[in-house]
Ligand binder design. Sequence first.
Ligand SMILES: [Zn+2]
Length: 260
Amino acid sequence: MRIEDIDPPREQPGATTAILKSLEAHHLFWDGDVLYQSQRSDAYRDALIALESQQLSYRCTCSRQDLQSDAIYNGHCRHLNLGKERVSAIRLNVEKSLHTLNLNPVIEFDDVFQSKQQQNLLSDVGDFVIHRKDGLFAYQLAVVVDDIFQNITHVIRGADLLDSTARQILLFQLLGTDLNLSPVPTFGHVPLVTNNEGQKLSKQNLAPALDDNTPEKNIFNALQFLQQQPPIELETESLNTILNWAIRYWQPIQGEIRSP
Ligand SMILES: [Zn+2]
């Protein structure tokens, strides 16, 4: 169990406790201790130092205006050797990283649910930020450092993160140190539940909170909604019986799912 509270200003007070309580109320338990990203700064810093010492990263002082938001970074600061004295972001030198690992720029992976995927890190992504200008560690760096630390073998998550996977595969190979294990986990991206505007259901989009007092009903409704076709008699069964049915009969679904 990992709480990705890397962006403290955005976090609502009490949100973490509510998430953990909600999971427990639905009998969705986890192994080991909870890992909080807010307490992992030393590990993220070590990763930044490791990349910097191999000269695989560099500081970038470009402002938001210098960068066109959707465009690929033009490499303006790549060879300027900027120091720490000015407020700067840190970017990964993608071309040099690929070269160090002897990798092709086209990163390919077999997604469990979306079949073969590929992305060209040079032409589609470019030198991406691993430490933000505002001092926060970038999501891409933090998740990979934590996945390695927690020995994650399968990353199953929402399809909104499909586009981040190639970058993370590169970081896994740069930061994974156990030579006996493949550093890259298996990835599976599941469809998101969205509202009528195609936005994912979340607090930001004002989706109502889950009622922890009705876990049986919630899980049963979720199974129906996710097109798993639970038998109607399951509706009045215990939470564990419903969950065991789900584990046994779960079938992956394709495409986007609209909320009712
Ligand atoms: Zn720059």
